[in-house]
Write a protein that binds this ligand. Structure first.
Ligand code: ADP
Ligand code: MG
Ligand code: ZN
Length: 562
């Protein structure tokens, strides 16, 4: 690629008015300018856009930038135009344009005035566009939000999977730069494979956001949670914040409650028409409201640097989502407070929401949810757990900016109690779920099941000095510790792992944090989309069927008898 001989810093200053590069930007830009495939993994707010915008401005031809959302495209193009004196330096091409607008875009492209063209993946699938792009001088293709390629990412978009196919048709030689704020190794390898990046140079930035404070709060009764939220917002009067909830109705209810408490706020969700959505997003960006109460439909690409807090009314469905959503606070590097209300009920709701999804998705979903549960219930530094999830090691002992570091949880030695749990599962021949096991331990007889003479079991009532909440919490933590697991085939039945069997033979000392507050909640009383009153232990018949199928499939692949 022929590049004009100006220093990168001069170009940065000339085009954007910035005095220095952030993080890996300069190295990344050099790599792109040398025509190599490039893979950029950088947290939200790190400055990914500039990594392709500057080389696009410096290279001959036009760069095609694939972006998943039409709203995002428009914001980006407006932003570039605000830096440049020429409006036609950047355009977007998507279904919102009129025939006349498309004609104008095409003529600017043909005459070489346009350096950046934002396209939706759908735009690329149209043959007439492909034929048109073939004739253009294209500098490179940037695939923004590249995690949309992967089902393991937090925002899978099937049409992203066809990008390679489209690029082949335009020009298979084009350099590709993929960008994402998703750092999980699984998503990364999906991206490289799917886009067929050619020995790409990979630039990974640290995901630590030192200015963010993380805290998990037990989610008790709905009115208490709302009181808690109102109090928190009053303490941060006039600051901008986002509240995320699981479902649409709750966004409305919560926003109303906040308004009733003198807090300017609006709801935002995908059920609103696009004009209302755009209007409310603007109200938030322009600070006509302090708080936006939203489903996950809100936020991607929102660049409001001074969001001071993000509150999760429900635990998100993956740690990745949590990271992305909390990441919208403190983008200016100043304070960002991330509160998450957690109860195990909400986890069951999430599981329930997946009930109609295909097998593979449910499998994945369950795994992702388990990781968030582990995070929420852990007594380890939040930062450490998040970074570990992204494959990064946090070296510090005490980050000083999370609840677990600032207020270490009370811990107790539970060797004997863990032993009781394992014994109970063993004596019940691994044929029951959590609720049943807990009933046995706490000495509740269950007349419905007569297979065993349960009150004759050694462990019957062995743990009655603690309540069911305590034992539920202990069992979850034992699962996280790998002492027990839920059966794959008959989901919900507790099984003892190899580690658990070792423990039975020779119990070792283990410490658990007291977490049963997470069991005492009613999940915020929010159940219209999910809560079924299902208990943690009940084996969901659909899931059982599904897992049976999976096992058959696996057996077949491995040539084992089903
Ligand atoms: P990302 O896409 O990684 O989330 P953006 O590209 O939206 O991040 O950039 C985040 C913010 O950082 C933007 O406001 C952008 O103008 C700013 N920014 C990017 N690069 C620089 C730089 N070199 N100097 C100062 N600000 C920068
Ligand atoms: Mg971006
Ligand atoms: Zn910490």
């Amino acid at each position: 690629m022929a590049v004009a001989k100006v220093s990168l810093l001069d170009a940065l200053h000339e085009h954007f008015g910035f005095d220095s590069f952030k993080g890996n930007q300069e190295k990344i830009i050099k790599n792109i300018l040398s025509g190599k495939d490039t893979f950029v993994i950088m947290p939200t707010g790190g400055g990914k856009s500039l990594c392709y915008q500057l080389p696009a401005l410096m290279s001959p031809g036009v760069a095609l930038i694939v972006s998943p959302l039409i709203a995002l495209m428009k914001n980006q193009v407006d932003l570039i135009r605000s830096y440049s004196s020429k409006d036609n330096v950047a355009h977007f091409l998507n279904s919102t344009l009129t025939k006349a607008q498309i004609k104008k875009v095409r003529s600017d492209l043909t005459s070489g005035k346009t350096k950046m063209l934002y396209v939706a993946p759908e735009t690329l699938t149209k043959q007439e566009n492909i034929d048109f792009f073939k004739e253009l001088e294209i500098s490179f293709i940037a695939v923004d939000e590249a995690h949309c390629i992967s089902e393991w990412g937090h925002d899978f978009r099937p049409e992203y999977r066809r990008l390679r196919e489209m690029i082949e048709m335009i020009n298979p030689e084009l350099p590709i730069i993929a960008l994402t704020a998703t750092a999980t190794p699984k998503v990364q390898s999906d991206i490289v494979k799917n886009l067929e990046l050619r020995t790409p140079e990979i630039f990974i930035s640290s995901f630590n956001r030192p200015n963010l404070y993380y805290e998990i709060r037990a989610k008790r009764k709905k009115d208490l949670v709302i009181k808690d939220i109102v109090k928190f917002i009053h303490q941060h009067k006039g600051k901008s914040g986002i509240i995320y909830t699981l479902n649409r109705k709750t966004t409305e209810e919560l926003a109303d409650m906040l308004v009733a408490n003198g807090i300017k706020s609006v709801a935002y969700h995908a059920g609103l028409d696009s004009t209302t959505r755009a209007g409310r997003q603007d109200m938030f960006l322009h600070e006509d409201v302090e708080v936006i109460v939203a489903t996950i439909a809100f936020g991607m690409g929102i660049d409001k640097p001074d969001v001071r807090f993000v509150i999760h009314y429900n635990i998100p469905k993956s740690l990745e989502n949590y990271y992305q959503e909390t990441g919208r606070s403190g983008r200016d590097g100043l304070e960002g407070i991330c509160l998450c209300f957690y109860s195990y009920k909400d986890v069951q709701k999430l599981e329930h929401l997946m009930r109609d999804k295909p097998l593979s998705e449910r499998e994945m979903g369950a795994q992702l949810i388990n990781e968030t549960v582990a995070y929420a219930e852990s007594s380890v530094c939040r930062r450490k757990v998040i970074l570990h999830y992204f494959g990064e090691k946090y070296e510090g002992e005490n980050c000083g900016k999370c609840d677990n570091c600032l207020h270490p949880k009370e811990k107790i030695e539970v060797k004997n109690r863990a032993f009781i749990v394992l014994k109970a599962i063993q004596q019940l021949e691994e044929r029951f779920g959590t609720d049943y096991v807990v009933n046995i331990i706490t000495g509740q007889s269950n007349p419905q099941i007569t297979t065993f003479q349960h009150d004759k079991l050694e462990v019957f009532g062995e743990g009655k000095e603690f309540d069911a909440h305590f034992w539920n919490s202990l069992i979850r933590q034992m699962m996280l510790e790998g002492l027990i697991e839920k059966d794959i085939e008959e989901y919900g039945l507790l099984k003892i792992t190899a580690k658990g069997n070792k423990f039975i033979k020779k119990p070792f000392s283990i410490w658990f944090s007291l977490n049963h507050q997470f069991d005492e909640s009613d999940g915020g009383g929010e159940d219209e989309d999910g809560g079924t009153g299902e208990t943690q232990a009940s084996a969901d018949p659909v899931l059982v069927e599904m897992l049976k199928e999976l096992r058959k499939k696996v057996a077949k692949e491995k040539n084992l008898p089903p």
